[in-house]
Unconditional design. Sequence first.
Length: 130
Amino acid sequence: MELVKVKNIVDSRGKLTIVEGSKDIPFDIKRMYFISGVEAKERRGFHAHKKLKQLLVCITGSCKILLDDGKNKHEVFLNDSNQGVLILNPVWREMYEFSQGCVLAVFADEHYNESDYIRDYDIFKKMIER
Ligand code: T46
């Protein structure tokens, strides 16, 4: 997991947030998805990916992300579209404390594949320890 800078161009008309695959991030982007309308009390995630590479950017608003690589846990507060979380290895993640109007964008290197998810923490820990 790495915190990376995301390009933003701001002028009197507003803000443009830019991510170019294989240029700004070390993979081609095959899929994008956006998480929005999450109430403050909700927690999402509770999984890791076996292979999927991702960049997470809070386009507007803020949220917290817990990242656990099986050894260390980090909490990241994303509150600026200038900042992204780059995930290139299996990391258990939880997203929470979404602000009202928060839009969390995810750029991924693969299409959706449920078999790439590890949704059981004990299985994740065993996989990491192998
Ligand atoms: C991630 C975090 C940050 C699809 O059918 N296609 C898709 O592309 C995605 C992303 C999800 N789904 C289905 C799978 C579930 O039945 O949508 C449902 C909700 O997904 P999930 O509970 O996994 O959502 P989050 O917010 O917990 O996790 C999502 C992504 O799934 C995941 O890749 O890293 O955002």
